[in-house]
Design a protein around this ligand. Structure first.
Ligand code: DX5
Ligand code: ZN
Length: 233
């Protein structure tokens, strides 16, 4: 993975057909997805359950782009090796998941993946400042994690702007996750985000049998995002 701040659309397979992940991934990549976002939930850190390392390993051969694994689990450290061995390119852990996030980020890089740090809406992004040199990506949550299809929390736009200033010239992606649509995308890219996760806004109206809708949805988000991106870069 080479670093750049071009706009990347990362569909979340949380909104895909769980019985057909391989075909869904091939469809979104063929329709212009830049990364594939994989939401891992443990029913403890967040009030929902999804899947773990075996599912990640099973879908890995279908992903030609980047496997972006978002861990909404606590604890994180006992599972890092399993997700990296399953083929994650990026492993993102939450700042709120435990007291030793510094150690967690070191362990992710030590295991051979890019390290991401996710920050909930209730956490000041300033708390990420001492950790930035251990991060390849910071994910600003624009919903409370746990479910797809929630409304964008607009006050997080200021946090994205603040994070962009904290990062400065460092090669760290700013990812935004939750409620991203063609309406909200320009707000986050104007504030400095470059990776846009989108679940419902990518998958709505489409299917493996009708994949061009995925392409239209991805293009609508990208066009809206790119219209404001350059001011922030
Ligand atoms: C929320 C997940 C998101 C979610 C986004 O807990 O981390 O990745 O799938 O879904 P939308 O785009 O529908 O808000
Ligand atoms: Zn996510």
């Amino acid at each position: 993975m080479t670093f750049d701040r071009s706009i990347k659309i990362a569909p979340s397979i949380l909104s895909a057909d769980f019985a057909d992940f391989g075909a869904e991934i091939q469809a979104i990549e063929a329709q212009g997805a830049d990364w594939v976002h994989v939401d891992v939930m443990d029913g403890h850190f967040v009030p929902n359950l999804t899947f773990g390392p075996p599912l990640c390993a099973a879908i890995r051969p279908h992903i030609k782009t980047v496997m972006d694994v978002h861990l909404m689990i606590s604890p994180v450290d006992p599972y890092i090796d399993a997700f990296v061995n399953a083929g994650a390119d990026i492993v993102t852990a939450h700042l709120e998941a435990g007291p030793h996030t510094h150690r967690t980020l070191q362990a992710i890089r030590g295991a051979g993946a890019k390290a991401g740090l996710a920050v909930n809406p209730g956490t000041p992004v300033d708390a990420a400042a001492p950790l930035l040199d251990l991060c390849d990506l910071v994910c600003v949550m624009t919903v409370n994690p746990g479910f797809g299809g929630q409304s964008f929390i607009e006050t997080q736009v200021d946090q994205i702007r603040r994070l962009r200033a904290l990062i400065g010239d460092r090669p760290i992606h700013i990812e935004v996750d939750g409620g991203v649509t063609p309406q909200t995308a320009p707000l986050v890219t104007a504030a400095g985000a470059d990776v846009l996760v989108a679940g419902s806004a990518v998958f709505k109206g489409g299917s493996v049998a009708n994949p061009t809708v995925y392409g239209e949805n991805i293009r609508a988000i990208r066009t809206a995002a790119e219209a404001t991106a350059f001011a922030a870069q």
